[in-house]
Every structure is written in structure tokens, then in C-alpha cells.
Write a protein that binds this ligand. Structure first.
Ligand code: IPM
Ligand code: MG
Length: 371
């Protein structure tokens, strides 16, 4: 009897999502045809498109499918069309519900500068060349999910908006552990980021990370930093960082900031992971860092590489297929080195190719490398 096929759920979402998913699908199909993978692949809806078709940004059936999958690959959600909906119906809620239901507490957001793209950064090339940072963002706590929350009307007629920043020691420790483990496989340095000078939750964050470091990770260097200082340091001298671990909201901000150091939001993948179960199974969702880019949706010019590289991350982290992940990353590097660019990363003297052509180029390069 052969083992049951591993299940992948694809969620193309909104905006440029379907296009970049289409290009990524070519890569996934190449691995299937080459007999390197044998996944069972299904697709479902999330975001505005799900709201349009089913009246909810994610259906319970799609949620169930996501939980059942061995890994989920999501493109992006959102767009101006749905911006005026009540919170509960917005595309982003679909993504947040998936994170919550799948228990994805650790969001890994690498900011890596590809040598051939160092010129594309708005920072001086020498500041960013060789940059390789990993931001570990807590994804299930803090102000994103804290209660109480809402908008209320006070007796005097004033309105008040409320969100709550809240963390427990175990929530802090489990994400810090992920950061320390990753650092061990990298340059052994963790920067823990909060606002302990203003927020109690930040004080607790600092204390818990310090405790865990002392008990289990003495071999890793730990520095604490306030979030505002971290933002400044990321622009001043980003190469001082190896792994950064921070809360949900600061992680949201700092990862956007860090991604732009690389000059190419369209290049960066991410992984969101749940707890490792005793069986070794671990809930995982992979997605590009970029959003749905409604301004260019449907034009066929979006860069599919962030999603393609998210698929490489999936091969590596969820399925232990490091050789295949390496192969795919190498194919992407080679295509870029050959001067092929989508519009977002095009440099002087180059002409931009479409989403499809980029996908095809990666497939051809895979086929060439694999022989
Ligand atoms: C992200 C996005 C999401 C977030 C939105 C779409 C809900 O900005 O993944 O960084 O704020 O977490
Ligand atoms: Mg964000």
C-alpha cells in the first residue's frame, strides 16, 4: 500500500492573486510531472472573491479544507471593492480566520537581498548587499485578536474605538522558541523587539524572552530593542540583524519595512507555522509578503516570484524536500541573473516580462537544471 498523498490547498484570493497563482501552478505542475512530488492539489476561495460568491470572506468548508491540508499556499486578499464592508465581511477577516483556525502562531518573514537585485533597493547597495534577516512575527495574539475591542458610543455622544494589546507568557515563549531555534541554524543572534518602556505587555515580553534565553538558549546572542529604535536601525544598518522576534502589530510594520530594504516586495515569501504535533505534523501556510495590488490586477504584469519562492519554502519546511527547494531557488536566481525581470524589479536597459513569461522561464530553467 502506498502512503496517502500529501494534500496542498491553493488559495488564489483577490487582485493579482489568481495571476501569480497561475504562474506558480506551472511550477507546481512541473514538479508533479517530473515525479518529484505527488501532491493532491485542491483550490478554494478566500477574501473578497469568497465574499462575492458565498457572502463570507472564508466559508467553513474552506476553513475545514485548510485545516485538513498538509500545507496551504495562499496568494493575497483584499481590494478597494470590499473596503467599505463591515469588518466581519472584509477579505482580511478571511485570512485572519484561517490563521486562527489553523493555529498559526509563528510567522516567518525573511528579508533577503538577491545580489543581482541589490541595485533595486532605495537604500545604497552597500547597505543592503548580502542582507539576510528573518523576522519572526507572533501571529495569533496582541492587538489583532485582543478583547475587548470595538467601537462604542459614550453617554456624551462621543465615539470610542478600542483594541487591546494582550500577551500571555506561553504565547511569548512559544514564538520566542521558534526564533531561537531558527537563529541556531543561522548566525545565532536574536533581537527581541517590544515597547517595554511604555507597555506592560512589552515588559512581560522582555522578561519571558530573557527567561527562555537563560534556561534553553545560552548559545544564542540575545539583544532587546524598542520597536521604534528597531525601525530606525533597520534602515540605518540592517545587516546588524539576524533573527528578529516581535509581536503581531510590530511584526506587521517591521516586516513591511524590512521587505522594502530588498527593493522588491514582489520577491519575498513567508511561512506561518502552528505547533508541532506529536505525529510530527505541523499546520503551515505559505504566502507572498506582498498584497493584492489592485492597481495592477488583471494586467498580467505582477511578479510571481514571491509566491513561487513561497512554494519553495513549503517544499523545504513542510515536506522536507530541501533538494527540490534548492533547485527551485536556484532556477529563480538563474532567471534573474539572466536579466529577466517583471515590471516591479526592472532596471535600466532591461525590458519587463509578463507574469506568465516569468513563470515559463522558471519552468524552463528547472527543466534545464534537472537534467
Ligand atoms: C500581513 C497583512 C495582514 C496583516 C492583513 C491583510 C490582515 O498586512 O499579512 O502583513 O495585517 O496581518
Ligand atoms: Mg502587513
Amino acid at each position: 500500500m502506498t502512503a496517502p498523498k500529501k494534500k496542498i490547498l491553493l488559495l488564489p484570493g483577490d487582485g493579482i492573486g489568481p495571476e501569480v497563482t497561475g504562474a506558480t501552478r506551472k511550477i507546481i505542475d512541473w514538479f508533479q510531472r517530473a515525479g518529484r512530488t505527488a501532491f493532491e492539489i485542491t483550490e478554494d476561495l478566500v477574501g473578497g472573491i469568497s465574499y462575492d460568491q458565498h457572502g463570507a470572506p472564508v466559508t467553513s468548508a474552506a476553513l475545514a479544507r485548510a485545516k485538513e491540508a498538509d500545507a496551504v499556499l495562499l496568494a493575497c486578499v483584499g481590494g478597494p471593492k470590499w473596503d467599505t464592508l463591515p469588518f466581519k465581511d472584509r477579505p482580511e477577516r478571511g485570512l485572519l480566520a484561517i490563521r486562527k483556525e489553523m493555529g498559526l502562531f509563528a510567522n516567518l518573514r525573511p528579508a533577503v537581498v538577491f545580489d543581482v537585485l541589490a541595485g533595486a533597493s532605495t537604500l545604497k547597495a552597500e547597505v543592503v548587499k548580502g542582507l539576510d534577516i528573518m523576522i519572526v512575527r507572533e501571529l495569533l495574539g496582541g492587538v489583532y485578536f485582543g478583547e475587548p475591542r470595538g467601537i462604542e458610543t459614550l453617554p456624551n455622544g462621543e465615539r470610542r474605538g478600542i483594541n487591546t494589546q494582550v500577551y500571555t507568557s506561553s504565547e511569548i515563549q512559544r514564538v520566542a522558541r521558534v526564533a531561537f531555534e531558527l537563529a541556531r541554524k543561522r548566525r545565532k543572534k536574536v533581537g527581541s523587539v517590544e515597547k517595554a518602556n511604555v507597555m506592560e505587555s512589552g515588559v512581560l515580553w522582555r522578561e519571558e524572552v530573557t527567561k527562555l534565553h537563560a534556561s534553553d538558549y545560552g548559545d544564542v546572542e540575545l539583544v532587546h530593542m524598542y520597536a521604534d529604535n528597531c525601525a530606525m536601525q533597520l534602515v540605518r544598518n540592517p545587516k546588524q540583524f539576524d533573527v528578529i522576534v516581535t509581536d503581531n502589530l510590530f511584526g506587521d510594520l517591521l516586516s513591511d519595512l524590512a521587505s522594502m530594504l530588498t527593493g522588491s516586495l514582489g520577491m519575498l515569501p513567508s511561512a506561518s507555522l502552528g505547533p508541532k504535533e506529536a505525529s510530527g505534523r505541523q499546520a503551515a501556510l505559505y504566502e507572498p509578503i506582498h498584497g493584492s495590488a489592485p492597481d495592477i490586477a488583471g494586467k498580467g504584469i505582477a511578479n510571481p516570484l514571491a509566491m513561487i519562492l513561497s512554494y519553495a519554502m513549503m517544499l523545504r519546511y513542510s515536506f522536507n524536500l530541501s533538494a527540490d527547494a534548492d533547485l527551485l531557488e536556484k532556477a529563480v536566481h538563474n532567471v534573474l541573473s539572466a536579466g529577466m525581470r517583471t515590471a516591479d524589479i526592472v532596471e535600466k536597459g532591461q525590458s519587463a516580462v509578463s507574469t506568465w513569461v516569468m513563470g515559463d522561464a522558471v519552468v524552463s530553467e528547472l527543466a534545464r537544471l534537472a537534467v
